[in-house]
Design a protein around this ligand. Structure first.
Ligand code: NAP
Ligand code: GFB
Length: 324
């Protein structure tokens, strides 16, 4: 598939290429035939350049001279890390995003696809939430730092279009699950932290401690599905306005139901304890995938049960090299 926005072969720089989403895109490009002859794909980690630093950002762009950028790099974490470090999430992400977007502009990058998140939407809202509602009110208090930094990507994309006509756009994934996630119990997202905790509880013969009531609801997308969709956005999506990449509203499930899926996948038969003294975070952030469905009515999402099974088995096989 040729990119609509580029005559010659693309040279794609993927920031955050070593993380959950970056590894999924790498798999799609290298293992699923997602790469066109002559194209070059470069997957960066923070070891290649600390993108908080403008000098290092420029140097890595000089080195690779990309025509296209998929911008995933971010300070990322689960609910409880956000609650402890809102300031750091705000400052790091503002810097990373401005450094990447403006260096891309200075070096004549044709297209940038950045990554927002459904947790940046307004807290007090009507459901389902769609792409037109990003700035309609403050985000949930638990992650206001990250959310405001991420919202500014959308503002900045519109400004690059207005002033220079650039096609710098953004995707809005819901909660992601898959191999190569951060499985750290304190800092990780819900499913990866719980997969690690369940593995530990089974090994030690102790109860599984779930944070909060289990009542909040989430839409989860398998990282490889997201990788396929982001590659489609890079090649085919020509709007500056962002697009939600999510399963349908009917696929939203409670944390408790997700815990049951993990227990089943890991054959955990011990006690499950809900620590209701801990925050539930946002109760729901139900997002509409109607815009995505208008473009790709037939895209088939991996069922969550299967996605969790594959992630659990990746975690068990790769325990020694997984981020825990
Ligand atoms: P991840 O697994 O934690 O990966 C983060 C990536 O960013 C890593 O490659 C990391 O490099 C890189 N990075 C972090 N700080 C950096 C810095 N200062 N300079 C350069 N690189 C840096 O996160 P992810 O889940 O793949 O997230 C990717 C994108 O998806 C993010 O923009 C995130 O906001 C968005 N998103 C994620 C979710 C989710 O549920 N995970 C949901 C919605 C949106 P190292 O490997 O070297 O640390
Ligand atoms: O993935 P998560 O940390 O973040 O999920 P959000 C939090 C929900 O899972 C809350 C429950 O309802 C928690 O009470 N939960 C249960 C747990 N057990 C655990 C556990 O062991 N660890 C964690 N982390 N949660 C995020 C944002 O919100 O949305 C991020 O904070 C990110 O910025 C992500 O963008 C998509 O879904 O609440």
């Amino acid at each position: 598939m040729e990119s609509k926005s580029q005559a010659g072969p693309m040279r794609v720089l993927v920031t955050g290429g070593s993380g959950l989403v970056g590894k999924a895109i790498e798999h799609v490009v290298q293992q699923e035939g997602g790469k066109v002859d002559g194209e070059e794909w470069i997957f960066l980690s923070s070891k290649d350049a600390d993108l908080v630093d403008v000098g290092q950002t420029r140097a890595v762009f000089e080195k690779y001279r990309p025509t296209h950028v998929i911008h995933l790099a971010a300070k990322v974490g689960g609910l409880y890390l956000h609650m402890r470090e809102n300031l750091q999430f705000l400052r790091d992400n503002i810097k990373i995003n401005d450094n990447v977007l403006h260096t891309a502009h200075e070096m004549g990058v044709t297209k940038v696809v950045s990554c927002l998140s459904s947790c940046i939407f307004p807290d007090k809202t009507t459901y389902p939430i769609d792409e037109t509602m990003i700035h309609n009110g403050p985000p949930h208090d638990s992650n206001f730092g990250y959310s405001h930094a991420k919202r500014m990507i959308d503002v900045q994309n519109r400004a690059y279009f207005q002033q220079y006509g650039h096609c710098y756009t953004a995707v809005i994934p819901t909660n992601v699950v898959g191999p190569f996630d951060n499985f750290n119990i304190e800092n990780g997202h819900v499913l990866s932290a719980l997969i690690n905790k369940t593995h530990e509880a089974k090994k030690e013969g102790t109860p599984l401690n779930v944070c909060g009531t289990g009542a909040p609801r989430r839409q989860f997308i398998y990282s490889l599905d997201l990788g396929r969709l982001i590659v489609w956005v890079l090649r085919e999506y020509e709007e500056v306005e962002p697009i939600i990449l999510s399963v349908g509203e009917e696929e939203e499930i409670s944390i408790k139901d997700a815990v049951d899926m993990i227990a089943e996948a890991l054959d955990f038969e011990g006690k499950i304890h809900f620590d209701t003294t801990l925050s539930d975070g946002q109760m729901k952030k139900t997002a509409s995938n109607a815009k995505l469905r208008r473009y790709l009515p037939d895209f088939s999402f991996t069922p969550l049960k299967e996605a969790i099974k594959m992630t659990c088995s990746w975690f068990e096989i790769n325990y020694d090299k997984a981020r825990i």
